[in-house]
Write a protein that binds this ligand. Structure first.
Ligand code: EPZ
Length: 431
């Protein structure tokens, strides 16, 4: 199993290119199930989760072809991948595939919309909380799907097609909103989605579906209206830049000090997090090339935050911000309101010398003058990268085990950080 070794040191200086967003790429790939034609996605990140989803979609009958490199293209250019679901050959998403990646459960909606049926394994437990799918199933039922649970599988059918209706989410859910959109686009009549998630990845999916011939209005707002159409056609769509990768590297620069351009990043997709970083003493400037992040001299100021759905501070940046606060000049409080068990990084940060106390859904962090390198491991993607941020300033050597978590969501993490002066390397195998 690979490990990452970091020797804590100086500031980060240079340019980090931001990749296409994992959490947009996954639903966009799934949307290819909605049409017989080819959906071409450019700016695709090369990540373990993307490769795994390609395997899952292949099982349903999706062919995919990857465009080769073009002249003058830099190594940082995202891939272009063509997805074609000419026929749906299998409407079952088996346990061994779905259990490895929760987002693959989202194939449920397009399979029912296109083929009238689906049999999808329940995703099961997850390191960051119970993460139920009741609201996704509610959305499908509201549009006329019959749902039964059999032997750990959701068996869904709408033999005569889906019918538009009202879906009123009692809680904001990203996956629920993706599901509602992908079901409603091919339903007969109009669907109104209330209390919809407003994340940029929802807007990106809706934009792509509209290019495919869907009639969606209001994406990015709390109420989305979808007028169903008979069929969708092929399209070309570029995946939006990854706001979580952007925020992660911005926090890394805030931690080490220095001056880095996050090329291609868009401030509006993570304004709440950028505001918090500014309060902590980091200067952020929006430029035509991306976001410039700078912290020189002054220390890190403590800031209290609470995670909440977009446009508030994202749960996917909570662990990284906690890493930053471990070196703040004082006490900060971080409250996690989205997932009940998303504090696994606390114990590992403590191994590096951080002072963190947990009180229910709140972590109280007392900034320490130093962190000290140690072997650590983490059980999810964002927790793992929070340890990288801490390792960048810890005295001596930090070794991060279970690197496969990082590979699920961060493209070429070591080379991007190394290019800005970090001492970070991957060690293959058990050596
Ligand atoms: C998406 O997960 C993201 N995953 C997560 O990113 C992200 O943390 C999360 O949204 C919140 O922003 C992808 O986009 C692939 P939710 P999702 O449905 O859709 C509860 C990462 O690190 N809920 O918005 O699964 C749920 O338990 C990942 O990249 C129900 O109660 O999240 C949670 O408390 C991790 N019933 C809240 O809603 C349901 O049926 C929000 O979850 C569905 C959700």
């Amino acid at each position: 199993m690979d490990r990452i070794k970091i020797t804590g040191g100086g500031p980060l200086e240079g340019v980090i290119p931001i990749s296409g967003a994992k959490n947009a790429a996954l639903p966009l790939m799934i949307a290819s199930l909605l049409t017989r034609d080819t959906l071409t996605l450019s700016n695709m990140p090369l990540l373990a989760d993307v490769t795994q989803l390609e395997r899952i979609l292949g099982n349903h009958g999706v062919d995919f072809a990857i465009s080769g490199k073009r002249s003058g293209q830099s190594e940082n250019a995202g891939r272009t991948v063509h997805f074609t679901a000419r026929d749906i050959v299998d409407t079952t998403a088996p346990y061994d595939l779905v259990s490895r990646m929760r987002a693959s459960f989202w194939v449920l909606a397009p399979l029912v919309a296109r083929a009238g049926e689906a049999r999808v394994s329940l995703p099961g437990g997850c390191a960051i909380g119970t993460r139920p799918v009741d609201l996704l199933l509610m959305a499908m039922e509201q549009l006329g799907t019959k749902i039964e649970i059999e032997n750990g599988y959701v068996v869904a059918s709408a033999k005569n097609g889906l019918i538009g209706g009202e879906i009123d989410f009692p809680k904001v859910t990203v996956g629920g909103t993706h599901t509602a959109l992908m079901a409603a686009v091919l339903a007969r009549g109009e669907t109104v989605i209330k209390n919809a998630a407003r994340e940029p990845e929802i807007t990106d999916l809706a934009n792509c579906l509209n290019k495919m011939g869907a009639k969606i209005s209001g994406a990015g707002e709390s109420t989305i209206v979808v007028k169903g159409v008979g069929s969708l056609h092929g399209a070309h769509h570029s995946v939006l830049p990854d706001r979580i990768e952007t925020g992660t590297y911005a926090m890394a620069v805030a931690m080490t000090g220095g001056d880095v351009l996050l090329a291609g990043a868009r401030a509006a997709d993570l304004q709440a997090a950028l505001d918090v970083l500014e309060q902590s003493g980091t200067k952020i400037t929006s430029t035509p090339e991306g976001l410039r992040v700078k912290r020189n001299g002054g220390g890190i100021q403590p800031v209290d935050i609470e995670t909440a759905p977009f446009p508030a501070f994202p749960t996917d940046l909570q662990a990284q911000f906690m890493a930053l606060m471990t070196r703040a000049n004082g006490v900060s409080r971080i409250t996690e309101t989205i997932f009940e068990n998303r504090f696994m990084h606390v114990q590992e940060l403590a191994r590096l010398g951080a002072h963190i106390k947990l009180e229910g859904d709140t972590a109280i962090i007392t900034g320490a003058e130093h962190l000290d390198g140690a072997p650590v491991m983490a059980t999810d993607l964002r927790a793992s990268v929070s340890l990288v941020i801490a390792g960048l300033v810890a005295r001596g050597e930090t070794t991060i085990n279970r690197v496969y978590h990082l590979d699920r969501g961060f493209e070429r993490l070591e080379s991007k950080l190394r290019a800005c002066g970090a001492q970070i390397e991957r060690i293959s195998g058990h050596a």
